[in-house]
Write a protein that binds this ligand. Sequence first.
Ligand code: HEM
Length: 179
Amino acid sequence: MDNANSAASSNRFQRPDGASTVLYPTLKALHLLAVVAWVGGMAFMLFCLRPAAAVLEPPARVTLMHAAMSRFIALVDIAAAVAFVSGAAMVGIAWSASARASLAFNMPLDWYSMIALFFVMLAVFLHVRMVLFARLARAVASQRWAEGAAALGAIRWEVTLNLVVGIFIIVFVKFGGTA
Ligand code: HEM
């Protein structure tokens, strides 16, 4: 490849001001994948796995739900981190683009709402992870199935709350007109 060609191909992913044209869409795709995994996983747990497991006797049902929850919690750890880091990076890129153009950076209302509600979802998730799931794990370890079923009932309501908040964010951001 001659010099002119290699310069042209390396510039393909750069704007004239040197900013990357692929970074923002890549971050947005990662952001969406994280949101799909988190919100979609909650919908699967509530509407598919939980009703299907209801046909099992308490020892098998509580053990199955505990095993599924422990894997889903590990997935949400990653999804929440990716959503936060990719979202913060997009805000940073938008802020620096405004600064380069000497414009004031005014974050849209739907971005503020998304960030605030992310912390609501994170707080609910951390309560499920640290308190309710720990209670479920203790019940499974000591084979106290009624206690495990009660912990699952509490987890169900908090996951429902997070699903509603997650769906609200998605609808609000898409109707907010900036994404
Ligand atoms: C602190 C956490 C978060 C930050 C900083 C953040 C930031 C952002 C930013 C900057 C965008 C790009 C908007 C644009 O290009 O116009 C975006 C898009 C989006 N975010 Fe977030 N976000 C966060 C958490 C979440 C959460 C928890 C959800 C959903 C549960 C969510 C759902 C979305 C959706 C659906 C889009 C639109 C993507 C598209 O289709 O273009 N975000 N976010």
